[in-house]
Design a protein around this ligand. Sequence first.
Ligand SMILES: [Zn+2]
Length: 337
Amino acid sequence: MFIRILTVPSPPFAAGFVIRKGGSLVHSGSALAPTRTGALLQALLQGLTYASFSNELRIFLPDRSISESIFTTSKHPFLFLSRALIDQMILFLSAHPLHTIIFHRYSVKWAGLPDKSVFQELTERAQLAVFPLTPHSLLHPKDVLLQDLQEEYIQTIRAGQVWKSITLPDGRPPPFIQGALSRKDRRTFAAAIQLTTRHAFDKWYSDHMRRGADDNNVCPCSEPLPPSPSGSSHSDTLGFNHLMAEFLATHSPPPSPRGNLPRHQRQRPRPRRVFYNTINHVLYTCPLHTSPRRRIFGLRPSEDFIFGTFEGGSQLGAFQRATNRLLRPLPPRPDPP
Ligand SMILES: [Zn+2]
């Protein structure tokens, strides 16, 4: 990972990062901050969130003061960034015994620095973000439109709400889409798009778009429904039990007025642990998929990595094929005993 200052009218200062694995570009990005050191540290922090694809991470920094800022844990102006960086590095190092991080220092004056064109593109985008006011009256109407589109794109990416799957203003598909397409598998590609547009087979979609359809939104890793007291499996009873279990799981019991009762009468049933079929649950935490998650993503994947990189898009497809999750609706829940 290379970290560099980008040339923009400052302040604010802009810094970029470029990550390569072998010969291929994994990701790039930039950060703005009121100071030069702040921008470099922010760029490094952003880059580290994509560090889940390799055992050995080599970080190239432009000067020594940056590495000193990272590892100074006494009070200094960038302590909150140092803390976040150290936490991120500990997360990476503790995920596997083979994981290592090596810091290098380089000079921006060196000839043959890599990725000049990528840094140039990052600089242009940062300049547009810092100083977007080329007078419209001097531009061709088509260029005005393109400039507006680029500004909107940058704002959308920054907002982070849309998962970086929208096509770049110059017409290139973003890395995530290219990665999802690389598997040449129509089903997982369609599912990848569904995940980014929230038209997926998950709880959010059922709640908002399929009200009354009675979709099963409870992940199979949840504890089974308790047995029906009457032994009946009538659907009304099932529905009531289900609601009751959800109520118990989400409401802590009120202060007990039964404090004076004998102990055996005071005990309440332990709330059933319910996990819903949400995108976040399936991708990041569902215990049913720990093994394929580790095997395919290598480490706890970040949203930025999965939905922001070529590798992320491709690995998402592999994960969905391996787990068969978020590709189709969940089957109905089995009746309680
Ligand atoms: Zn689960």
